[in-house]
Design a protein around this ligand. Structure first.
Ligand SMILES: CC(C)(COP(=O)(O)OP(=O)(O)OC[C@H]1O[C@@H](n2cnc3c(N)ncnc32)[C@H](O)[C@@H]1OP(=O)(O)O)[C@@H](O)C(=O)NCCC(=O)NCCS
Length: 237
């Protein structure tokens, strides 16, 4: 798989994208940069999304949702050669958005993540894909959180780390696991402690074990974006 990984400052310059079956397109943008396209982006939001945006107590959060969803629509429209506002999303039983098959003959797959001031978008042809971006911030009780998130082998690795290395490692693992469960689309029902991906930084690409068995068709990759964020993508190959 080839990863196409621009820093998007002028996303319209990237369109229209061509996505080959063995490629992953991954785009990261600050919400500040997307705000430059605010008028265009807000104009493609549908009524359901508008209603959801208006339900946020903090209007900035509603605007952030519009920015990310509108940008997603514009990017999908370029791949699908459709009008951005006319794209119809279906949702699986865990809430993963997918494009209605009637608009998606080539089975374009996508996933989105947003944290603090950054958004990340990933696209493949046919292969289930997931992405997670997290703003790195101090966590209260990181050891307690690790017990909920880590596989027993991961917990041993985590506990063996120097205290100063734990925050970075935790967010690295968190984004890898979240990207994987988002690609699978089954949400937290998979059981985070049943998934082993590990903290390894030496390998460019991670494999996944689920309930003690290697998932031979799955790959997870941590990617560099901004020093204050962790980013990972997962794909079935
Ligand atoms: C729904 C879930 C994907 C939320 O993830 P999140 O980190 O809060 O949010 P992200 O910004 O990364 O992703 C949200 C986007 O993923 C998509 N999404 C929603 N449900 C999804 C699902 N079940 N599978 C894949 N993608 C999903 C949507 O596009 C959503 O965007 P929207 O909120 O603008 O509609 C889910 O995995 C969850 O609730 N996670 C809890 C977080 C946690 O405890 N993680 C443990 C870390 S290992």
């Amino acid at each position: 798989m080839t990863v196409f990984f621009p820093q998007v400052s002028e996303f319209s310059a990237l369109l229209p994208p061509r996505l080959a079956p063995n490629q992953i397109h991954l785009m990261v943008a600050s919400l500040e940069s997307l705000t430059q396209h605010r008028e265009q982006v807000f104009s493609v939001i549908d009524q359901t999304e508008q209603t959801r945006a208006e339900r946020f107590i903090n209007p900035t959060h509603g605007d952030n949702f519009r920015l990310v969803r509108g940008t997603l629509r514009i990017l999908l429209a370029a791949y699908l050669k459709q009008n951005a506002k006319d794209i119809h999303f279906d949702f699986n039983e865990h809430g993963k958005p997918l494009i209605n098959p009637s608009q998606n003959p080539q089975a374009l797959q996508f996933n989105v993540s947003h944290s603090h001031d950054m958004a990340a978008f990933v696209f493949t042809m046919q292969k289930p894909v997931g992405i997670d971006i997290e703003h790195i911030k101090p966590l209260n009780n990181i050891s307690g959180l690790a017990q909920h998130v880590c596989h027993p082998k991961e917990l041993d690795e985590f506990n063996a780390m120097e205290a100063h290395a734990r925050q970075d490692a935790f967010f690295r693992l968190w984004t890898r696991k979240e990207a994987f469960i988002k690609a699978k689309g089954q949400g937290l029902s998979m059981g985070l402690r049943s998934i082993y991906i590990g903290f390894d930084m030496a390998s460019a690409i991670q494999c996944v074990e689920y309930r003690g068995k290697l998932l031979a068709d799955w790959r997870v990759k941590s990617l560099q974006c901004d020093p204050n964020y962790k980013l990972a993508a997962a794909v079935e190959v």
